[in-house]
Every structure is written in structure tokens, then in C-alpha cells.
Design a binder for this molecule. Structure first.
Ligand SMILES: C[S@@+](CC[C@H](N)C(=O)[O-])C[C@H]1O[C@@H](n2cnc3c(N)ncnc32)[C@H](O)[C@@H]1O
Length: 293
């Protein structure tokens, strides 16, 4: 017998499950490692480049660098979305005095990358009770308008339709009627859990039920404290949540694990750990090697 025929096949290392993961890493790099056409719906809110103090990201690039960076993320996203897959992007105009309508620029960038623009949802946050910046009070000299709303820009990849199993639709008639009116009054999240800008659950629940089927895969590549992943799990969808901050990823893991199933959809596993993307592990090793940590 030849040694060749004697050799038992090398046991393959178990492959990490491709779904239901909280991944600590850079959005674009991790997206490039995910299987093509594997995501039905992406929902995200990127950093707005307004100097917010995130735990692990500097939110103050030049505007051109910022858009160029995001363009790279949109291209990586286009690869992982299924044909007909959706992308719901939450953004807001920034600054009152130097009004910058970043939603216009990002819409143009996404169309240039190849996405179809489906619609704009206006998320009215009802925050005017706390306002203080009037500009010239009671005078036309220089009055300010405060953006008390944010946008959810919704795109499709390649086709308007998303095919799916009708038995996995969970939106009710009244919900459908309400959500298809694009003016959504939802208060901002009160419980920030140590994060400067978390989504309110209700915003995400509406997007998920309106735009995808139970059992689909929902992604947030700037996942923060895991609101999208937690609501996805609760509503019977698989989730993938990516963020550069270990602190936020750990919060996300706890939150997703605590999410209670709503309704009778598929039972989605809890994340067993936060996965650290290989490039972050390498970066840490180099830093430790140079005794900078
Ligand atoms: C607006 S917050 C998202 C908050 C999230 N929607 C939630 O409900 O908690 C943007 C997030 O992007 C993360 N971030 C910044 N740069 C990143 C990058 N290159 N890759 C992945 N995440 C990044 C920040 O740590 C921050 O948590």
C-alpha cells in the first residue's frame, strides 16, 4: 500500500459560522471577507464626520476624505448584497450654521456606485422641546432652522424586487399602511448604553419588517451597540454586526444575547463571543511587540 492511500484526510478546522456574528473590525475590510451575495438587508448609520467622541474612531476627516472612505464601504457592501437586496442608510444634515446636506452627497455617491434609489424616509425625532439655538430670535435678520429630523435613504441592488417565501412575511396590514407613509415620528433612543448615537429600536423594527422576510440576513457594518442585530434576532432574522470598537462590540454581544423573540419566527442563535478581525489581532501584536501598549 502506498503511503498516499494510508494517509487519513487532514481534519478540516471548523469554519466559523457565517451568520449571527458580532465582529470587531473595520467595516470595509470585514465586508471584503464576507461571502458575495449573502445579505438581504443592510441598515446602518455611519459616523457623520462631526467630531463625535467614539471610543475607537476619530470622527474628523476632511469632507472629501470622508466621502472617499465611505465610497469604498459602499462598493464593498454592493458585493455582499443579494440581487434585490436593500440598503437603508440613516444620515442627517450636519451643523446649523454651516448647513451641510450630506444626505444629498451620499445619495449621489451611492447612485454612482450603482445602487438604485428607492425612497427617502423622513425620521422626525420630536426633539424641538429642548431647542436653544434660535439664531436671531423673532427677527428675519438671521434666523436658524434646526434639523429636527434625519433621513433614511433606501436603495436596492440591481432589482426593485426581493424574492422570498411568502410564509415568512410578518408585517401586518395596519403596520404596512403606517410604514409606507414615509414620515416616521419616533423619539431618539433615551438609553444610550455608553454610546453617543444609538438607533431607537422602533426605527429598526419598521425597516426590518417592511423590507425583508423572516429568516433573511440583516447587516450593520457600523453596528455600534448592536441595535440592528438585536432587533433582527428578536424578529427572526439572522444578523451580522461590525464595529471597530471592542467596547461597543461587547455591549452589542450582551444586548443581542438578551433579545427576546417576538412572534413565531425562526429562533436565531445568540452570539457566543465577539470575534476580533484578524487585522486587529495583528495590529495589537505589533504594538505589544514594540512595547507601545
Ligand atoms: C453612528 S454610530 C452607530 C450606532 C449604532 N447604530 C447603534 O445603534 O449603536 C457609528 C459607529 O461606527 C463605528 N465605526 C467608526 N469607524 C468604523 C469603521 N472603520 N468600521 C466599523 N465601524 C466603525 C463607531 O465606533 C460607531 O460605533
Amino acid at each position: 500500500m502506498s503511503s498516499k492511500t494510508n494517509t487519513a484526510p487532514t481534519p478540516r478546522r471548523p469554519v466559523a459560522p457565517a451568520l449571527d456574528r458580532i465582529i470587531c473590525g473595520d467595516a470595509r475590510t470585514v465586508l471584503r471577507q464576507l461571502p458575495a451575495e449573502s445579505v438581504h438587508l443592510a441598515i446602518t448609520s455611519p459616523p457623520y464626520n462631526v467630531g463625535i467622541a467614539y471610543s475607537d474612531y476619530s470622527d474628523d476627516r476632511t469632507y472629501l476624505e470622508y466621502r472617499e472612505w465611505l465610497r469604498g464601504v459602499w462598493k464593498a457592501l454592493a458585493r455582499v448584497l443579494r440581487p434585490g437586496g436593500r440598503f437603508a442608510l440613516n444620515v442627517a444634515p450636519t451643523s446649523i450654521k454651516n448647513f451641510r446636506p450630506i444626505h444629498h452627497d451620499l445619495t449621489r455617491d451611492l447612485i454612482e456606485v450603482g445602487f438604485l434609489l428607492r425612497t427617502e424616509i423622513l425620521w422626525y425625532k420630536q426633539t424641538m422641546g429642548r431647542r436653544t439655538a434660535w439664531g436671531s430670535w423673532k427677527s428675519p435678520a438671521n434666523p436658524h432652522v434646526i434639523p429636527s429630523w434625519e433621513y433614511v435613504l433606501v436603495f436596492s441592488k440591481g432589482s426593485w424586487r426581493l424574492e422570498g417565501d411568502r410564509a415568512e412575511i410578518d408585517i401586518t396590514g395596519p403596520e404596512f399602511q403606517r410604514y409606507s407613509d414615509g414620515f416616521w415620528e419616533i423619539a431618539p433612543e433615551r438609553n444610550r448604553r455608553g454610546h453617543p448615537a444609538p438607533f431607537p429600536d422602533e426605527l429598526i423594527r419598521r425597516l426590518i419588517k417592511f423590507y425583508c422576510y423572516r429568516g433573511n440576513v440583516v447587516l450593520d457594518m457600523f453596528g455600534g451597540t448592536g441595535t440592528v442585530a438585536a432587533v433582527a434576532r428578536a424578529t427572526g432574522r439572522h444578523y451580522l454586526s461590525i464595529d471597530t470598537s471592542r467596547e461597543y462590540c461587547e455591549l452589542a454581544r450582551e444586548r443581542v444575547a438578551a433579545a427576546r423573540a417576538e412572534g413565531t419566527g425562526p429562533r436565531i442563535p445568540a452570539p457566543d463571543r465577539v470575534e476580533i478581525a484578524p487585522e486587529l489581532v495583528r495590529r495589537r501584536r505589533v504594538r505589544v511587540g514594540h512595547r507601545t501598549e
